[in-house]
Design a protein around this ligand. Structure first.
Ligand code: PXL
Length: 277
């Protein structure tokens, strides 16, 4: 079987293990070739008190043009952190060009966390993210992002399964067949709400270990994309992703890794490599 390729449309951040810096090694461990399509270049991510942010929007069209001219193909497309409204149009154009039969798109509508939007995400950019939803097969919002996409007031974890299902249902009508709402606080546990159109939703509970860690969503999206691309079902993909993230988080807690340094995925990448049958 030829190796599969995934286009990672996301930022490149030097320090902090988020986005492409953490997603590329994760999918590589799953024997998938990662192709970086940068949306911005940062020295550290935006949770640090200081960061250098270089919006890559003006150069993205030329960058992507070479892939068009080379008639390049991808097996999957995963989008994440976006730096400007114009970028959403560029990403939609990328998907329209490269999403051929059998290619799936995972959209992580990165916008915020704990009820707060990230500093670079203006209300206009969040609004524009709604355009991207229509092109997603898989959507991986956290609760903050789900509320923002649905124009619902954020409440920390306090949504019933019926409310979550109704919101996912509405989003699913717009495009994505599979949705996982990640990181919902549920007492001492974290709930991940797994929705697939036409099926009864399921939840995956994991123990809450220490505080929330930046980059967790990126690791989870990468494992889901890799698993799904390797032929696993959506629920199994999410389960594997949450288990892997939990293992990395435990390591970080035990070793006092600061919460904004991202997950120490390097310690467990080998767990993701499946042997040939
Ligand atoms: O992990 C989400 C993320 C991605 N990229 C950048 C970020 C963040 C979260 O803060 O700042 C640049």
């Amino acid at each position: 079987m030829p190796q599969k390729k995934i286009a990672l449309i996301n930022d490149i951040t030097g320090f902090g293990r988020c986005s492409i810096a953490v997603m590329a090694p994760v999918v590589s461990a799953m024997k998938i070739q990662a192709v970086a399509v940068p949306t911005a270049i940062l020295s550290t991510h935006t949770q640090f008190p200081e960061y250098y942010f270089d919006d890559y929007t003006p150069r993205m069209r030329d960058y992507i043009d070479t892939y068009k001219k080379l008639d390049m193909s991808f097996d999957a497309i995963a989008t994440g952190f976006l730096g400007s409204e114009e970028q959403v149009d560029i990403v939609v154009d990328f998907i329209k060009t490269f999403k051929k039969e059998g290619v799936f798109t995972l959209v992580d509508p990165v916008m915020g966390d704990y009820g707060r939007l990230y500093k670079t995400y203006t209300p206009a950019l969040c609004n524009k993210m709604k355009d991207l939803i229509r092109h997603a097969d898989i959507l991986t919002p956290n609760l903050t992002e789900l509320c923002s996409l649905m124009d619902v007031d954020y409440r920390d974890g306090d949504f019933s399964p019926a409310e979550l299902e109704a919101m996912c249902q509405q989003l699913s009508f717009q495009g994505p067949k599979h949705i996982v709402v990640t990181g919902i606080h549920h007492g001492k546990q974290i709930m991940n709400f797994v929705f697939s159109r036409g099926e009864t939703p399921k939840t995956i509970m994991v123990d809450r270990i220490g505080g929330d860690r930046s980059g967790t969503g990126d690791v989870i999206s990468a494992v889901i994309a890799g698993m799904y691309l390797n032929g696993h079902g959506f629920y199994d993909s999410v389960k594997r992703a949450t288990e892997f993230a939990s293992k990395c988080i435990s390591y970080c807690e035990e070793n006092n890794v600061p919460t904004h340094w991202g997950l120490s995925v390097e310690m467990y990448l080998r767990d993701l490599t499946e042997e040939e049958k």
